[in-house]
Each structure stands twice: as structure tokens, then as C-alpha cells.
Design a protein around this ligand. Structure first.
Ligand code: ADP
Length: 289
């Protein structure tokens, strides 16, 4: 292939396959822009490492926005570990489609969602795909799913700063920004700082940082124990000059509910109060931008 592609395949003698691929990508990007233009706010939920509660935060932000009356969609960008269908309580359904594209799955509360998980024969089937194929699936979820008009689309991105995360973040036109999820201990905070670096390189605004698993609520006495320490996320947010959105405690009831597909914000618990405060802040920030 020529070192620098001018886009004029006739003049460089490049194969027509190159030109066709380029045209298809341009067409897909046009469709993505048209679809994303109908969505008022697009927010990526990111984390530097797995297991910090990124999907949990995504689902609960979505459920809180939904409770506040906003129309919400959740795109599960975690191709290799798609947990959103289970967490939203809609894992036993299969998407349908028409000439306009794939219809998103709609939860009982009215949250629209799409995940690679809906296309697997069963929940235990792994996705053994290399980066480009997985990134292609994300682009298809943006271009081929009939999201319709929405107030918010939350995108649960895979952890880290690899292929799929980069494609996701770079494929969403006019993205409002990212919410970074961390736990309070130093190793997680260190990785969250890398997410801040990624945002800067990609020139994507950082809406703020959430400290999940910030203390453990004892199910017997309601006392809070700081299993992973406390305040690491808040300190890092201050040092990095990004908004601290708030702490979410570890709550056994919340985890049990999540496993059953019930977002913790529908329970009467401390975490649910914190989510409401966090969502209020996010709404204010994105509406000001
Ligand atoms: P990630 O998306 O970062 O890999 P998950 O959202 O899948 O992490 O969370 C990992 C596990 O921790 C899940 O079982 C989830 O229910 C649980 N979890 C996350 N946050 C909390 C919390 N605040 N309280 C209780 N359990 C939590």
C-alpha cells in the first residue's frame, strides 16, 4: 500500500478494494453521525482497570436518569465481558431488526440497551476476537442500532486504553465526556490517573471521577468499614483538577440486587442516595457545556 493515501485510488494505482473499504467506512461514519445527532448527551463510563464497578456505575447512572424522567440508552462496549444484559435484567432476549437497523432491547423501566451479549448462544460463550473485529462490533452498535431520540446514551467501555476503548471513544461524534470510575486504593487510583491521561490525549472532556466501593456498609449494623481505604479517588481528582462526583459505598444488598438484574438505585440504601447526588452533578455539568 502507498505510504500516504491520497484517497484518489485511480492516480496511485491502488486496488479497488482499498477504495471500497474507505468508502464503506466513510458511509458508516456518516450514519453514526446522523444517529448520534439525535441523542442529546453521550457519556462514556471508563476505568483504568477491571472490577472497580464500571458496569455497575453505568447501569445505576442510567437507572437514576430514567427515574428522573430522561430517556436513556446503554451501549455495552465491553465486548469481551458483556455484563450489562444481566445487570439490567434483560439477558434472556434476542434482538430483532428491520430495514432501519437492529432494535435495541428495552428494559421494563424503558431503558434502551445493546450488547454483544444478546447475540451469544448462551451466557457462558466467550468472545474470542482480536481487537479490530471487536472494535468493528462497537462501530456497528453505533451505526446499525435504531437508538432513536434519546436524552442520554451511556457507553460502558472496556477497561484500560486498548483498541476497543480507543475506537469507542473516537467513534462518537460530539461526545460530552467521560466519567472515570475508580476504587479508593492506590493501584486503582494510579490506573484512573492513566484514564485522565487518555482523555487529554484524545481531547475528550472529563466530566468527573466516581469513587466506587468507598467503604463497606455492614449489613448487620449499617456501620461503614473502609475495606479499600477512603478518599483516594477524591484526592486524585483534586490533584488532577477534575471534578469529584462522589463516593459509592460497597453494599451487599446492592450486589445481590445487581446479580438479579435490579439496579441498586431502586433500593432504599446509602448507595442509591449517593447515585442521585452524582447524577445531579453530571446533569448540571453536561447541560452547562
Ligand atoms: P467492572 O465493570 O469495573 O468490571 P462490575 O461493575 O462488573 O465491575 O463490578 C464487579 C462486581 O462488583 C459486580 O459483582 C458488582 O455487582 C459488584 N459491585 C460493584 N460496585 C458495587 C457496590 N458499590 N456495592 C456492591 N457491589 C458492587
Amino acid at each position: 500500500m502507498a505510504e500516504e493515501c491520497s484517497g484518489n485510488c485511480d492516480s496511485c494505482g491502488e486496488s479497488s478494494a482499498c477504495s471500497d473499504t474507505k468508502k464503506m467506512m466513510e458511509q458508516q461514519n456518516r450514519v453514526i453521525r446522523e444517529k448520534m445527532d439525535k441523542i442529546k448527551h453521550k457519556i462514556a463510563i471508563v476505568s483504568g482497570k477491571g472490577g472497580v464497578g464500571k458496569s455497575t456505575v453505568t447501569v445505576n447512572l442510567a437507572a437514576t436518569l430514567n427515574q428522573m424522567g430522561y430517556s436513556v440508552g446503554v451501549l455495552d462496549g465491553d465486548i469481551h465481558g458483556p455484563n450489562i444484559p444481566q445487570m439490567l435484567g434483560v439477558h434472556d432476549v434476542q434482538p430483532t431488526g428491520d430495514e432501519n437497523g437492529i432494535m435495541p432491547i428495552v428494559t421494563q423501566q424503558g431503558i434502551k440497551t445493546m450488547s454483544i451479549g444478546y447475540f451469544l448462544p448462551d451466557q457462558d460463550s466467550p468472545i474470542i476476537w482480536r481487537g479490530p473485529k471487536a472494535s468493528g462490533a462497537i462501530k456497528q452498535f453505533l451505526s446499525d442500532v435504531s437508538w432513536g431520540e434519546l436524552d442520554f446514551l451511556l457507553i460502558d467501555t472496556p477497561p484500560g486504553s486498548g483498541d476497543i476503548q480507543l475506537t469507542t471513544l473516537q467513534s462518537i461524534p460530539d461526545i460530552d465526556g467521560m466519567v472515570i470510575v475508580t476504587t479508593p486504593e492506590e493501584v486503582s487510583v494510579m490506573d484512573a490517573r492513566k484514564s485522565v491521561g487518555t482523555a487529554k490525549v484524545l481531547e475528550i472532556p472529563i466530566i468527573g471521577l466516581v469513587e466506587n466501593m468507598s467503604g463497606f456498609v455492614c449489613p448487620h449494623c449499617d456501620e461503614v468499614v473502609d475495606v479499600f481505604g477512603k478518599g483516594g479517588g477524591e484526592k486524585a481528582a483534586k490533584a488532577l483538577s477534575v471534578n469529584f462526583l462522589g463516593p459509592i459505598p460497597l453494599d451487599v444488598r446492592a450486589r445481590e440486587a445487581s446479580d438479579k438484574g435490579i439496579p441498586m438505585v431502586t433500593l432504599d440504601c446509602k448507595a442509591s442516595e449517593e447515585f442521585k447526588k452524582i447524577v445531579d452533578k453530571i446533569v448540571k455539568i453536561v447541560k452547562k457545556q
